[in-house]
Design a protein around this ligand. Structure first.
Ligand code: FAD
Length: 389
């Protein structure tokens, strides 16, 4: 793909930059109000609040190059806080498989960022092997609602979520991929208990969610009963593409080099150290190669194709690259990276280096562990058949 920018593309890039500049957060602004206003103004630009949504649902209908420019520019700008679960994950499912009433009911709030969503897929015993999930949904006799019982785990942001999109089992008589039903569950209701899990980096982002006799109206079911696996699979590919974060890594890599240049090593800086430079160079080469895969993926998306198995390559390489940047940042900070909590010692960039590195261990687990991505690539990209042994 030719990524030489045309004069129209350069004009678009300038327009994006100007928009970010004009709408930047100013100290003293009410953050939440600024956030909602930002998305409103982005919407008024013609769907800039939902760049990846199809045009029919209000997306901007950009070319792959415009998407590429947007990614590059957003990585450099400070955008309002946004979670992927609404706009990026459940919305495409509602657009693709929900009925018109559901689209009208859910999409406006998702788009306005006035509701928070979480993803209720994983369970103890059902992570990589997601289809083994056991959270049970039983349809009431009058067919008006499901009664849901079970446990979800690693649920990011469940403690601040208004809604959870949830995979439940409605039938366990056939193949495990069959009999899974996709439900939208309001979180603020009786029978839902959210318990925090504190991760290695010391943060509270993930939770366990217990569901006990939770009533879910049948109108909250997406698509057909028992077909949830098909819908969820499509969503996983969207999720994986979004997790690669290559543009952010390009910016982070620049930051890493700059930080390493500020660290004295012998008569020079850490960037003059042959072994450190070699690691940075290797990282940069891998990052550029992954970026080209992303461009190919954008081109096929523009041609109307759903994300394919290349999303597994992006997830695998993109998250490994993020981890390597975290690791080299920790290395550059040396002992100062080990300082924990709010206190900072040594160079400013070293603060939280170790915590960041530990938190980054999760990148190659969530959204499908690396080993699972390698399985997908072996089967669907390389065409390698599983051994019959
Ligand atoms: C920080 C974080 C946030 C998360 N957020 C969410 C969320 O919001 N919603 C949600 O539903 N889930 C979430 N998850 C869960 C995540 O999707 C699962 O952790 C992941 O799918 C792996 O499942 P598991 O933890 O059960 O590990 P397991 O599936 O038990 O895997 C354990 C190990 O075995 C390996 N393994 C498994 N199967 C194979 C195979 N076929 N071949 C080779 N190796 C294999 C894995 O790679 C891994 O190393 C989150 C996880 C983390 C860490």
């Amino acid at each position: 793909m030719d990524i030489e920018l045309s004069s129209e593309d350069l004009a678009f890039r300038d327009e994006v930059r100007q928009f970010f500049k004009d709408n930047a957060y100013k100290p003293g602004d009410d953050y939440n109000q600024w956030r909602l206003d930002w998305f409103k103004k982005a919407r008024e630009k013609g769907g800039w609040d939902v760049p990846k949504w199809p045009k029919d649902f209000g997306g901007p209908g950009w070319t792959p190059t415009q998407h590429y420019i947007w990614e590059q520019e957003t990585a450099r700008a400070t955008l309002p806080w946004d979670m992927p679960f609404g706009v990026g994950m459940v919305a495409p499912i509602i657009m693709g498989y929900g009925n018109e009433e559901q689209q009208q009911r859910f999409l406006p709030d998702i788009r306005a960022r006035t509701v928070n969503w979480c993803q209720g897929y994983s369970e103890p015993g059902a992570g990589s092997d997601l289809a083994s999930l056991k959270t049970k949904a039983v349809l009431s006799e009058d067919g008006s609602h499901y009664v849901v019982n079970g446990q979800k785990i690693w649920t990011t942001a469940a403690h601040i979520a208004d809604w959870m999109f949830c995979l439940t089992r409605t039938d366990d008589s056939g193949k495990k991929q069959e009999g899974i039903t996709f439900l939208l569950i309001p979180m603020k209701q009786e029978g839902i208990e959210v318990k925090p899990i504190i991760t290695l980096g010391g943060n509270h982002t993930v939770n366990t969610v217990y569901l006990t006799d939770v009533k879910v109206p049948v109108e909250n079911r997406i698509g057909e009963e028992g077909k949830g696996w098909t819908y969820a699979k499509g969503l996983l590919q969207h999720e994986r593409t979004g997790l690669a974060g290559l543009s952010r890594s390009l910016v982070a890599l620049e930051g890493l080099k700059e930080n390493a240049r500020s660290v004295t090593r012998g008569n020079g800086t850490l960037m003059d150290d042959g072994s450190f430079r070699a690691k940075v160079a290797e990282l940069e080469v891998d990052l550029l190669a992954a970026e080209y895969t992303e461009l190919r993926s954008l081109a096929s998306a523009q041609a109307g194709a759903a994300p394919g198995p290349e999303s597994s390559i992006l997830k695998l390489k993109g998250t490994e690259i993020q981890q390597r940047i975290q690791k080299l940042t920790m290395e550059a900070g040396g002992v100062f990276s080990a300082a924990w909590g709010d206190k900072s010692v040594g160079p400013k960039f070293a603060r939280g280096g170790m915590a960041g590195y530990l938190a980054s261990r999760a990148y190659t687990i969530y959204g499908g562990a690396s080993e699972v991505q390698k399985d997908v690539i072996a089967k669907n990209v390389l065409g390698i058949k599983r051994s019959s042994k």
